[in-house]
Design a protein. Structure first.
Length: 215
């Protein structure tokens, strides 16, 4: 059975594109039924429209509070009858009410090896810390910002002389590889969140997610 996926974006939508491409594969168990953005100029909307995916713009500037905004988001997402909500560069901090409403059905991708470098400017922070490796994490969303249980990570080297944009480009390549894979796992019902823990094939995943040392 094909799962119904809604993707939330704020920008160019490169991870959205990676998932769109995966959904075009014959054996992929998901279909993107809607793309939502808080910004009207997000290029990801064009990516979706080019392949006839329904799009909606819900600007946070039109609402008096985060709570009111998130209620409008919930209403729109519920109208799609979504099985999974994928955050792909959605630059909004979600309210506890939103997270609870979609508990266990929310995925996010974060450009660091969580729990390192929650929040912004992760690439520069890794360089400033002198890290030898950096990377990306796909995780379930909980009420703690970038604090939900990790499902899968991918690592990249940090080279001497790297600038933040060099490291970001390396990380983006891995993002586009692992995010569609985790979406597939979710839609195949291989991964679930139980008691704020990530489970895969009935087994508790370690803090760093599945097979992180092999990535």
């Amino acid at each position: 059975m094909t799962s119904r996926v809604v993707v939330l974006i704020s920008g160019s939508g490169t991870n959205l594109q990676a998932i769109i491409d995966a959904c075009n594969l014959a054996d992929f168990p998901a279909k993107i039924v809607g793309v939502l953005s808080n910004k009207a100029d997000a290029y990801g909307l064009v990516r979706a429209q080019d392949v006839n995916i329904d799009t909606s713009i819900i600007s946070h500037k039109d609402f008096a509070s985060r709570e009111d905004y998130d209620q409008a988001l919930i209403k729109q997402i519920d109208s799609y009858d979504a099985d999974l909500i994928v955050l792909a560069g959605f630059m909004r901090i979600l309210t506890p009410e939103f997270v609870q409403h979609f508990n266990g059905k929310l995925l996010n991708i974060h450009p660091s090896l969580l729990p390192k470098y929650q929040g912004l400017n992760t690439h520069q922070r890794a360089i400033d810390a002198g890290d030898k490796e950096h990377g990306v994490s796909v995780h379930f969303v909980t009420e703690e910002l970038d604090g939900g249980p990790v499902i899968l990570q991918a690592k990249v080297p940090v080279f001497i002389g790297d600038k933040a944009n060099d490291l970001a480009a390396r990380v983006h390549q891995q993002e586009h590889r692992i995010y569609p894979l985790v979406v597939k796992w979710f839609c195949d019902k291989r991964i679930v969140m139980q008691n704020d823990k990530a489970m895969m094939d009935g087994n508790l995943l370690p803090v760093s997610g599945y097979a992180s040392d092999e990535d």
